[in-house]
Design a protein around this ligand. Structure first.
Ligand code: SF4
Ligand code: FES
Length: 243
């Protein structure tokens, strides 16, 4: 906050791609940008949860140094570069790595058109995987009567972990393993979702940005072509921005 000539307090600002944006004390760059309706690409961040800082898709240059916009606090006079060829090229590479690490077959996925990974890849101009696919062997857990868990599509954003723990108070999910073997775990004796207290009403059942957690028997209720990102690209739908 700074005092102007009338003694009134003016909001502090930083510059995002050449435009001055106001911020409130304690806001991260991504929070301030979102409140202003400005798009900074992100996958593991959601406006309702604390930053997790794992996907690095939100990386921006802050006064010339790279940092995660979801974790770096806004400060007076910062110069932030986000929508540049250099940053978007890096994001595209990270997205291509995410695609080859898992098994993402968009045309047959119920989440197609509503998927943040797919929409962000389109936004970054990704036309192919570039790297050789890993085709990892990952399980599909159909044991729950109402919810399908398909780990082939999981990008380890931990949003379901956080939603289950912080909103639902159930702690259904956890992350296990190391490096390329890191994977989502289900907290039950059998490791199966059907043996947990998860319910379709849980926040965790609806937070997955990709098609890894899906309600059963809802397939193609919204036709392809009429889904969220079919209507407008992700950059024009800043989730959490004021209406
Ligand atoms: Fe994220 Fe979905 Fe994987 Fe959970 S299942 S970690 S919400 S991608
Ligand atoms: Fe910032 Fe994932 S959105 S690291």
């Amino acid at each position: 906050m700074t005092d102007n000539v009338d003694g009134a307090q003016a909001l502090s600002t930083f510059s995002l791609d050449g435009d001055d944006l106001p911020f409130q004390a304690g806001e991260t760059l991504l929070q301030a940008a979102t409140r202003a309706g400005r798009y900074i690409p992100h996958l593991c961040w959601h406006p309702d949860f604390a930053a997790h800082g794992s996907c690095r898709i939100c990386s921006v240059k802050v006064n010339g140094r790279v940092g995660a916009a979801c974790s770096v606090f806004a400060a007076e006079g910062q110069v932030v570069e986000s929508n540049t060829d250099e940053m978007n090229r890096q994001r595209k590479t990270l997205l291509q790595m995410l695609f080859v690490e898992g098994n993402h077959f968009c045309p047959s996925c119920e989440k197609s058109g509503n998927c943040l990974l797919q929409a962000t890849a389109y936004q970054m101009g990704m036309e192919g995987p570039h790297f050789e696919e890993f085709y990892p062997s990952r399980p599909v857990d159909a044991s729950h009567p109402d919810i399908l868990l398909d780990l082939n599509r999981c990008i380890l954003c931990e949003l379901c972990v956080r939603a289950s723990r912080e909103v639902d108070g159930k702690n259904i999910f956890a992350i296990g393993g190391h490096g390329i073997d890191t994977h989502l775990l289900v907290n039950s004796a059998s490791g199966q979702l059907g043996d947990t207290a998860m319910s379709l009403e849980d926040r965790a059942a609806h937070i997955c940005p990709v098609g890894a957690i899906l309600p059963k028997r809802r397939g193609f209720v919204i036709p392809i072509g009429q889904r969220r990102f079919d209507a407008k690209p992700v950059s024009q739908q800043v989730e959490g921005a004021p209406e």
